[in-house]
Design a protein around this ligand. Structure first.
Ligand code: AMP
Ligand code: MG
Length: 400
């Protein structure tokens, strides 16, 4: 038996970030930026108005002053109207400030108020004198030209992508998403919509693995189910073009454990008993093609636990993330439960405020797949603990 940490270390040693590629911003959501993105210009690009109102010369715009409106500047206008003594320009939010103006008087601060007028009025009366540079957003206030907009290593979410666009770029260099193939093995497996004959069950692991891998940032390229037939499994493996293949089932010591027979045999994958419950039988190796192969046990809860403990950190590292682990919090056990001696317990759990409880009250059976649906976390109990008592502090891996 090897420890969870030993197995994980073996996997992570074989795992590093994939190459980067230059992509349109819309295709880069969720990927990790692989270059420092600097701004092509100051942000904002030019002094512009923060309000709909009038661009004025402050010296003239005293309370009660009547100003002649000699120009109309909309957002996008390239005009720079000159303003003489007693003159002002109507201006809209985001429009460039005329060079002769040094403050904005908002519509609200004039006798005409905010009523929309198609053409500018001939004149306005200023109600309140503006302070210096009032309502002017200065050029470069946010950042100067050449400043770092988004740093290499940053995961690209909506805010980061919009910042890159503002900095003047429509493509970015990002680490590509790992391409993942999913193979379910088992002669008992049928489509979820099928009618199970005696001994048959709906295939659910590929749904779990594909969804979890996508949530972790992977791209799913192949999903297949094969029977417990070595030739069929070999064929399925030979057809793959992927960075990672995740298999489930057939990894144990049963008579028909086809994954162990094929991958552990000629393909050189190492199989171990890992001191964890559920999820003891685990295989991991790098195939001749360079593809990483994860051979997970078949029970759905074991698959979920194995994915979180071993596969997800590897996918995150391939995708270039530096944070590869889920957040962990401490919660108080709402009830007591038994733990397997000498093995880390990875128990589907429900967090309720400050407390945590097992997602099933029927023990920690790895076949209790329905319990996964109410679980939002895994309680991680160290190998040396044999029983969690009500009120004990428990480490909880939050799945969100
Ligand atoms: P195995 O490791 O192949 O012996 O599978 C262990 C248990 O998990 C058996 O009860 C299988 O029927 C079940 N199982 C294996 N693969 C799947 C799958 N893809 N979907 C649902 N259950 C599965
Ligand atoms: Mg099987």
């Amino acid at each position: 038996m090897i420890t969870v940490d030993e197995h994980r270390a073996r996997i992570l040693e074989a795992t590093s970030a994939l190459p980067a590629e230059r992509l349109p911003l819309a295709a880069a959501l969720g990927l990790v930026l692989d270059e420092n993105v600097t701004s092509r210009w100051p942000v904002p690009l030019f002094d512009n108005s923060a309000m709909d109102g009038y661009a004025v010369r402050r010296a003239d715009a005293t309370a009660g002053a009547v100003l002649r409106i000699v120009a109309d500047v909309a957002a996008g206008s390239s005009e720079d109207p000159s303003l003489g003594a007693g003159e002002a320009a109507r201006i809209m939010t985001g429009a460039p400030i005329p060079s002769d103006a040094d403050a904005i008087v908002p519509l609200e601060q004039t006798d005409l108020g905010t009523a929309i007028q198609e053409t500018p009025p001939d004149q306005i009366t200023v109600l309140t004198a503006p302070t210096p540079a009032a309502h002017i957003r200065p050029r470069g206030e946010d950042s100067p030209a050449g400043a770092l907009a988004v740093a290499a290593g940053t995961p690209l979410g909506a805010w980061q992508l919009s910042s890159i666009a503002s900095a003047g770029h429509d493509h970015v260099l990002a680490i590509r998403a790992p391409r993942v193939a999913v193979i379910s093995t088992g002669s008992e497996l049928i489509s979820p919509a099928g009618t199970p004959k005696r001994g048959q069950i709906p295939e659910s692991n590929s749904v779990l693995i594909s969804a979890a891998a996508r949530s972790a940032g992977a791209e799913i390229v192949t999903v297949v189910t094969v029977a417990d037939d070595p030739a069929a499994l070999r064929r399925a493996l030979d057809e793959l073009e992927a960075d990672v293949v995740i298999l489930s089932g057939g990894a144990s010591v049963g008579a028909f454990d086809v994954v162990k027979a094929v991958l552990g045999g000629e393909r050189g994958v190492r199989f171990d008993a890992v001191a964890m419950q559920p999820g003891k039988p685990q295989g991991f190796g790098v195939l001749d093609s360079g593809m990483l192969a994860f051979c997970l046990p078949g029970n759905p809860v074991s698959v979920a636990a194995s994915f979180e403990m071993f596969v997800r950190p590897a996918l995150r590292r391939l995708a270039g993330h530096t944070t590869i682990e889920r957040a962990q919090v401490i919660r108080t056990a709402a009830v007591g439960w038994r733990c397997p001696p000498g093995r880390v317990q990875v128990l589907p759990a429900v967090i309720d405020g400050e407390t945590v409880r097992p997602a099933t009250n029927r023990g920690s059976g790895s076949h209790l797949v329905t319990s996964l649906a109410i679980a939002s976390a895994f309680a991680i109990i160290p190998a040396e603990v044999e029983r969690v008592e009500e009120g004990d502090p428990v480490t909880v891996m939050v799945l969100s």
